[in-house]
Design a protein around this ligand. Structure first.
Ligand code: 7TS
Length: 404
């Protein structure tokens, strides 16, 4: 059912050598690799039907427009949005969050509060801090425990009628924790607060149902889902997208422009000023089709086997400590070995062909919580193998021997 060799054959990069060694790519939380069908779709667009969209009477423009809009509908179905115009194409998660945080400037005032969690990526912290600076609203933080789990009782205590937006990731990029977002959303809605879920790390592993979650905003990046960089989505409930002002002014986002007054286009175009990443939007749909052909349940089950195997194996290394030990986790292992600096480990195992990320992972508050400068992070995808985990283990033993 899950033919790993067949899957690996879909990814041309996996046969590359790095530093003379076969590539062992364990930096999937930073970005995923791309299957040939996604690469082909980009080449095909530029080779056969490159044209601007939504504006041409000519045939190529219509073909490109149809392909781009078909992709929007694929994404609507995948995330189970009620309407296809609730899917806004953006350049990625960071762009999507900035759109919403900026939009809330028009709604918040100095009496309001917004809630963030301790375990956010900087892109789900800084835009909201900027919002607070503009409006005077107050930022409050949901704490977490040592395992890297949010304290839901504390969260409930922080909620009040002053809370206007809660923004939490579904999965932490630095710890792998899967947060109980349905509960978080239900509690926030008791106070009428909107919830934005950062799905950058969960969307490659878990297929969300935005209607079932009743989430107000859900954001993700294509490049973590086997798609290209420079494209992502913002799902927003229609009522919210109607209420928020546009993020950028420009072409394609207007109904009528005079020097006295401009009226805005209907959704989704109100939020899509300018020429979008057309090939990227189309390729995002191809990537989603590809992942669905493998099946998200199959992906999650296989990756969980990888996680269990890797956790057990790495813990055999003396002095290795894992950060993020929640029972609900995706296949991410963040760790340190003794007092060795994570960068040194990363640099040595890179020479052996193994790609991991080291540092604070754009989540400094997590590092501050554990009082460490950073970690080594191995993040797995459905095209990784148990043999690659063995290679990581051997490489870590070598690095430890050299550095201790
Ligand atoms: N939110 C989370 C939870 C993320 O993990 C990332 C990227 C972002 C937002 C930003 O996504 P972007 O596509 O707009 O850049 N995370 C990582 C990472 O963990 N390593 O490199 C990028």
């Amino acid at each position: 059912m899950f033919d790993i060799q067949k899957i690996r054959a879909d990814f041309p990069i996996l046969t590359e050598k790095v530093n003379g060694k076969p590539l062992v790519y364990l930096d999937n939380a930073a970005t995923s690799q791309k299957p040939q069908v996604v690469i082909d779709s980009i080449v095909n667009y530029y080779t056969k039907y490159n044209a601007n969209i939504h504006r041409g009477v000519h045939t190529l423009s219509q073909i490109a427009t149809n392909a781009f809009e078909e992709s929007r509908t694929k994404l609507q179905k995948h995330f189970n949005a009620k309407k296809n115009y609730e899917i806004i194409f953006t350049s990625g998660t960071t762009h999507s969050i900035n759109m919403i945080a900026t939009g809330f400037s028009a709604i918040l005032n100095a009496d309001d509060e917004v809630l963030v969690s301790t375990m956010e990526h900087h892109s789900n912290i800084v835009p909201w801090q900027m919002l607070c600076e503009r409006t005077g609203a107050k930022l409050k933080v949901i704490p977490m425990n040592n395992e890297g789990e949010l304290l839901l009782d504390e969260y409930k205590k922080l909620l009040s009628s002053k809370t206007k937006v809660v923004f939490v990731n579904h999965v932490s990029n630095a710890l792998g924790t899967i947060n109980p977002i349905k509960k978080i959303i239900t509690e926030a809605h008791k106070y009428g607060a909107a919830v934005l879920i950062d799905g950058a790390q969960s969307s490659p592993h878990i297929k969300p149902d935005v209607q079932d979650l009743d989430v107000d905003f859900y954001v993700a990046s294509a490049h973590k889902l086997c798609g290209p960089t420079g494209i992502g989505i913002l799902y927003g409930k229609e009522e919210w997208l109607q209420k928020l002002p546009p993020y950028q002014g420009g072409g394609e986002m207007i109904k009528q422009v005079t020097f006295e007054k401009t009226t805005y286009a209907d959704l989704p175009h109100k939020f899509e000023a300018g020429t979008p990443n057309i090939s990227g939007g189309i390729a995002f749909g191809v990537a989603i089709d590809y992942l669905n052909s493998i099946g998200f349940d199959n992906i999650a089950a296989y990756e969980n086997e990888l996680l269990q195997y890797a956790t057990k194996k790495l813990l055999q290394i003396e002095g290795l400590k894992i950060y993020g030990t929640s029972k609900q986790k995706t296949a991410v292992i963040s760790f340190n070995i003794g007092n060795i600096h994570p960068y040194d480990i990363g640099a040595i195992i890179d020479k052996l062909g193994i790609a991991v990320r080291t540092g604070h992972h754009c989540a400094q508050p997590i590092m501050n919580f554990y009082n460490i400068p950073g970690t080594v992070r191995a993040s797995f995808a459905f095209y990784n193998t148990f043999e690659e985990i063995d290679l990581l283990y051997e490489a870590l033993l070598k690095a430890k021997m050299m550095l201790e």
